[in-house]
Write a protein that binds this ligand. Structure first.
Ligand SMILES: [Zn+2]
Ligand SMILES: [Zn+2]
Length: 481
């Protein structure tokens, strides 16, 4: 039974399955996945190894069993110990002279390959420490990192890369892990994860000369196509048949993908437009200026001496239309998230203008001073909230690799303590902000008004900003009375 089960694990077809946070904790070793069915005093050494009976194995080895002796399927004891995550036995066999990188089984795999297929991170760490070579290729042409990608064991991928495996390692056919993911994985997570390590987007394999984008389109992997386009994968590379990614989408009659690629192409062309480049340079200023103008125009229309609500309504509608066109033009600019900020600032600007030019004649000097102070406080704390680092967690690539190794060795390379987007250890109460694309320490919220996160660094300024905003509002109400 054990034999068959192990065989189906290691020789069976590639079944992508997610091992996320559980894998690390389940793999602590004993007790094993199989009930103790055999009598420990009589069973053979292969069974004893699979069940993790250390004493029985020692007894048999002391009695003269050669640990390098493969069984009739050419599988060694070290393979059986590795696939069943028997740490003590692996250490024992290696101390008795077992060959760490022995090839065995139908697929001519090393014990490391077997451990990776099963997602045993601790075993992978142990074997690497004992000198296993992760760059060795198995009978199907896959190296260790390819197997980790195929079986979607993210902590193992991270660990192998941190230990120096190249993210662009090619398998026997010249496929990189990115191409394999594009071709075979389900869901966006594995692709997102790999993209964090800056793989080569435009590498091509040896046989079809496909890029990862070609592979993703050919296998109908929509989420991978989306992520690759966003990451900037080339649309112009031709494969061995002279097909660009778009041609493959046409060929597979996948209308949605054709649409995705055409839209991306349009957007990239637009980005090269010279006018838009100028706009991009001054985009913050333009955004502010245009929202000021819109606000003014709305006020002007509302204030028209005409009594015709039809006219006013029509004008307002056309203003809204122009505004939405303008916002559409801005889509794709990197500072779009500051649009609400621009509107907030311009409305406050017009509010204070109103105050000074309409209410000023009617109010006392002291109130005027108070209003000015309030405005200054508002602007100051707005600026401080906006410009202070809320607690973004920044790390260099080296630091990230060190982090991964340290976390793995502490036994907690686990997605509750590790951010898969930033590849950092999450500090206490930190949250990953999708808008800022960073983890934020003591995350409070992503503020629409400042276009920034509010966290440990600027929480205090943000509260004062809100206080002054409320006071400005109260002064305005007071002014209208
Ligand atoms: Zn993060
Ligand atoms: Zn944010």
């Amino acid at each position: 039974f054990v034999n068959r089960q192990c065989k189906s694990h290691c020789h069976g077809p590639h079944r992508p399955h997610m091992h996320s946070s559980h894998s690390v904790h389940e793999d602590k070793g004993l007790p094993g996945p199989y009930p103790i069915a055999e009598d420990p005093s009589t069973c053979g050494i292969v069974k004893a190894t699979q069940y993790g009976m250390l004493e029985r194995c020692k007894e048999l080895v002391e009695a003269g069993y050669d640990v390098r002796q493969p069984d009739k399927e050419n599988v060694t004891l070290l393979h059986w110990a590795a696939i069943n995550n028997r740490q003590e036995l692996v250490k024992y066999y290696i101390s008795k002279g077992a060959v760490v990188d022995q090839l065995g089984g139908d697929l001519k795999s090393t014990p490391l390959h077997w451990a990776i297929r099963q997602g045993h991170l601790l075993m992978v760490m142990l074997l690497l420490k004992c000198g296993a070579d992760p760059s060795l290729i198995d009978g199907e042409g896959f190296s260790s990192i390819h197997l980790a990608v195929l079986f979607q064991h993210m902590p193992i991928i991270a660990y192998l890369i941190a230990k120096g495996q190249n993210i662009d390692t090619t398998d026997f056919n010249g496929q990189t892990p990115l191409m394999l993911t594009a071709q075979k994985s389900i869901g966006p997570e594995p692709m997102k994860f790999l993209l964090k390590f800056n793989p080569s987007l435009n590498a091509v394999d040896n046989v079809q000369k496909n890029t990862a984008l070609h592979w993703a389109i050919a296998s109908g992997n929509t989420s991978a196509v989306d992520l690759l386009l966003e990451a900037g994968a080339s649309l112009d590379i031709k494969n061995v048949k002279g097909e660009r990614p778009l041609d493959i989408a046409y060929e597979s009659q996948n209308h949605f993908m054709v649409y995705m690629i055409q839209e991306e192409e349009k957007m990239r062309n637009r980005r090269n437009n010279r006018l838009l480049k100028i706009v991009e340079k001054y985009e913050l200023f333009l955004m502010l200026a245009s929202s000021l103008t819109f606000m003014w125009a709305i006020g002007y229309v509302m204030d028209l001496s005409s009594d015709s609500w039809l006219l006013k309504g029509g004008l307002l509608l056309s203003l809204l239309f122009v505004m939405s066109l303008f916002v559409r033009l801005l889509v794709g600019l990197k500072n779009l998230r500051y649009l609400p900020t621009a509107f907030l600032l311009s409305s406050v600007f017009w509010m204070s203008m109103t105050w000074f030019f309409w209410f000023l004649p009617d109010i006392l000097y002291t109130q005027e001073m108070q209003f000015c102070l309030d405005m200054m406080g508002f602007l100051y704390y707005f600026y401080k909230t906006w410009s202070t680092d809320p607690g973004y967690i920044k790390t260099s690539e080296e630091e990230r690799k060190e982090n991964i190794i340290a976390l793995a060795e502490a036994g907690c390379l686990d997605f509750r303590t590790f951010c898969t987007s930033c590849l950092v250890r999450k500090p206490l109460r930190s949250v990953h902000c999708l808008a800022c694309q960073s983890c934020v320490a003591r995350y409070d919220q992503h503020s629409l008004w400042t276009g920034q996160c509010v966290g440990i660094g600027n929480h205090y300024y943000y509260l004062l900003f809100l206080v002054f905003l409320a006071m400005t509002g109260i002064w305005m109400l007071y002014g209208t009375l």
